[in-house]
Design a protein around this ligand. Sequence first.
Ligand code: MG
Length: 355
Amino acid sequence: MSESRLPTLEGAVCPVPLSHKDLIVLGHGSGGKLSHDLITSMFLPAFDNPALRAGDDAGLVQPNACTQLAISTDSHVVWPLFFPGGDIGRLAVCGTVNDVSMLGANPLYLSAGFILEEGLEVDVLKKIISSMQAAASEAGIQIVAGDTKVVQKGKADGLFINTTGVGLIQPGLEIGGALARPGDVVILSGSIGDHGIAVLAARGELGFETDVHSDVAPLNHLVASILEVSDGVHVLRDPTRGGLATSLNEIAHQSGVCITIDEDSIPVKPAVLAVCEMLGFDPLYVANEGKLIAIVAQEDAETILSTMRKQPYGEGATIIGDVKESPQGRVLMKTRIGTTRIVDMLAGEMLPRIC
Ligand code: MG
């Protein structure tokens, strides 16, 4: 497939093709603009198929007329391995459960691949495995296949975990990043930036104390609860790496719509805001691991909102904006001082190895 015929993936409108002289940089793993360039110029042309081309959190496949599956995979390289509110094990389970859930699928099974560094303490591994099992039980899924490799000391940072998940999509259910429509309402399930700031704090790089905890959590029960009360859910996405801003940009491009948000309505905890202000971060770009964006039909928005608020991981749900026809592919934000600004996707890398 030629470059010009390539479909856009996750909102990468103008992918910058990598030349043979380029080298991979940390930003290629940011989940932002560079990641999208890498995917659209390297992986998508090589592996091209409809599931991948859709550019959603999981690939949708239909092995027979009555079965629709969502499949997603994610590698976890977070450092440090333990942080307030979670650890690499909980993250590895929740990250994949959530990506499968974002197509409206009911996640059922996970595989887990471990890359262990020679010298890793068995006690550390034990703690991480037990955290993974606790997260799997909470999500109601089973880890049914696995793999272990060990590399020499210095060739990995303690351990890396890859998880792959499979979930079933109810017949007739259609949820995807390309399905936002003008008039839809944008709901966010709670405060942003908690995960990124908690991991940063755990690195001891802040120079001051903060009590921010990661929001890492399985969101499949929250998704199931809203699908039970509404058939007007059009898009679901968990704003992980690249943050809320990047996810909204992906959706705006995929759907060919404009998403407008109101800065005042976006929940950010005071402690997260304080760290962001001190370090010059914009919370819109900081990673979350237990939040979702739901873009829904206007007539169902209040029902969905009140349903979400009854769920433990949706208590802080709020309406943050709506969908307009144009300018297509844009995210606009009404700021606190009453101006409107363009919110772009993350450029470069802000916090490497955040998940
Ligand atoms: Mg995702």
